[in-house]
Structure formats: C-alpha cells, structure tokens
Write a protein that binds this ligand. Structure first.
Ligand code: NAD
Length: 265
C-alpha cells in the first residue's frame, strides 16, 4: 500500500498567505513535506503564515501574473534544491459582472492571474525540471473551481478563467506525462475563505441556504481542499493525471436550476 505522504518532497504553493493556499501548505506540513515554499503578493500575511507553518516554510513574494516575478523566484528555488516535487498553482482572484457590464480590463486581469499565473507556474516548473541532472517524477496541481465545470451567471470572467485552467491542465498532462510529471486540477465548491463568505462582493448571499442546498448540507473547510491536493501531490495518486477533482460537497452532482443566481467562486 502507498501511504498519503509527502515525506522527502519539496512543495511550492502560490497564493499561500491565506485561505485555501495556506490550508494546502498546512496539509503539506501535516503530511511531512521536507521543504515548503509559500508565495503570495500579501507579504505581511505571508510572513505570519510561514511562521505558523514552521521551519520547513520559506516565504517568497510572487505575483503569479508577472513573468519577471517568476524569474525572481527561480534562484530561490535553485538554492532550495531546484525543481520542487510538487507545484500547486492556487493563487486566484474572483470578479463579478454580467456579460453586458464586464469591463474588458477586469476580464483581462482575471485571465492574467488565474490562467496566465497557472501557465507561468508550469513553465517555471518545467524550466527547473530540464536543469535536473537526473529528473525525478513530479506533480502539478492547478486550482480550478466548480465554476470551471459549470457556468456562473454574473461571474463569466471567473468561470471562463477556471474552464481555461482545466484546459491547460489536460494539455499539460498529455505533454508532461512522458517526463514523469502528473498534472491535475481540483475544482472546489464553496469553501469558507475571504474570497467567498468573507467577500463583500457576496455580502447579500444567504450562505446557510446555499449550504443547505448541497448534498452534504455544509460549506467546505479549507482543509478539505488541502487534503485533496496533498493526495494529488503524493505518490498515493501515482496513476492519476489529467483529472478535474471536484471537492464540492456534491454541488456538481445536483441540478443547480433551483438557484440560478449564485455567482460564488
Ligand atoms: N473559496 C472558495 O469557495 C473557492 C472555490 C473555488 C475555487 N477557489 C479557488 O481557490 C483559490 C484560492 O482561493 P481562496 O478562497 O483561498 O481565496 P483568497 O482570496 O482567500 O486567497 C487567494 C490568495 O491568492 C493571492 N493572490 C491573488 N492574486 C495573486 C497574484 N497575482 N500573485 C500571487 N498571489 C495572489 C491572494 O493574495 C490570496 O492570498 C483561487 O484560485 C480560487 O479561485 C476558491
């Protein structure tokens, strides 16, 4: 039997200052990751998250949408042993607007962070992979959303970006499989973070009613996504690549027609 363990592995998590990224980093520590690089633009919050995670955690400022920022991260990763074993492209933003009102600049920014950031992360990973004298297997986990599986009225830019993350994931799984690199996506449903319940954009939302509409009757906890990502990063999922794993309390198993107005991440 292969245990769910990240023992001996190095892990890079983007958008790790808070929310799902911080929980993914916590799960990596709980499963014995050797080195953890946590990256974000929120440097103060990131520093305290890294402190909480313990001595294996290294905090690095990274804007995932900026190619120059990724170039700046490469020497840090090289100094920590080169290509990480696991890359988690988690950083993301949510925008809400109807198709009619969607500002092209907001559309572009949403795609730049959510899709461009994921692409740049995979490119940086590959660059380091090709520098390895004896390349090891690796795992990339891209954080999509249930909005990348079903549409979202009022959040088309976000939904389009999360569908694109799945497209990138599947294409990368095909290209990188022969290199021993697995590439998968997780598609969280509503999970309690600053992007969802804590977000002023969704102040009018009845979260209790939403939770009650899900087959499991509850919103997700960040740790639920953390554990799913840890599994995809570990050798316990060695034959799994190119999948979209909903972590959604059953949301995508249901007909959502009763609540067409929901626009949450
Ligand atoms: N919370 C949910 O219900 C939910 C559901 C589905 C998918 N997701 C996805 O999960 C991921 C994490 O979301 P969350 O709920 O933790 O949100 P969050 O807003 O709490 O955290 C997102 C983190 O990403 C960082 N970030 C944003 N832009 C960045 C950039 N350009 N470079 C680096 N870091 C950046 C933020 O600073 C923040 O720390 C996102 O990709 C989001 O789309 C969340």
């Amino acid at each position: 039997m292969v245990e769910l363990s990240l023992s001996g592995k190095s892990v890079l998590v983007t958008g790790a200052a808070r929310g799902l990224g911080a929980a993914i980093a916590e799960a990596a520590v709980a499963h014995d990751a050797r080195v953890l690089v946590v990256a974000d633009i929120l440097t103060d919050e990131l520093e305290s998250t890294a402190e909480r995670l313990g001595p294996s955690a290294h905090a690095v400022r990274l804007d995932v949408a900026d190619p120059g920022s990724w170039c700046g991260l490469l020497p840090v990763l090289r100094a920590l042993g080169g290509r990480p074993d696991v890359l988690v492209n988690n950083a993301g933003i949510v925008t809400t607007a109807s198709i009619a009102d969607l500002d092209p600049a907001d559309f572009e920014r949403t795609l730049a962070v959510n899709v461009g950031g994921t692409l740049l992360g995979m490119q940086a990973f590959l660059r380091l992979h090709h520098e390895m004298a004896s390349p090891r297997a690796g795992s990339i986990v891209n954080v999509s959303s249930v909005r990348g599986l079903i549409g979202a009225g009022g959040a088309a830019a976000y939904s389009a970006s999360k569908f694109a993350v799945r497209g990138l994931t599947k294409s990368a799984a095909i290209e990188l499989g022969p290199l021993g690199i697995r590439v998968n996506a997780v598609c969280p449903g509503p999970v309690v973070t600053d992007m969802s319940v804590g977000n002023p954009l969704f102040a009018a939302m009845d979260w209790d009613r939403y939770a009650a509409s899900l087959p499991l009757g509850t919103l997700g906890r960040p740790v639920d996504v953390g554990e799913a990502v840890a599994w995809l990063g570990s050798d316990a999922s060695a034959f799994v690549t190119g999948i979209d794993l909903p972590v959604d309390g059953g949301l995508t198993a249901t007909s959502f027609s009763a609540q067409p107005q929901e626009t949450t991440p």
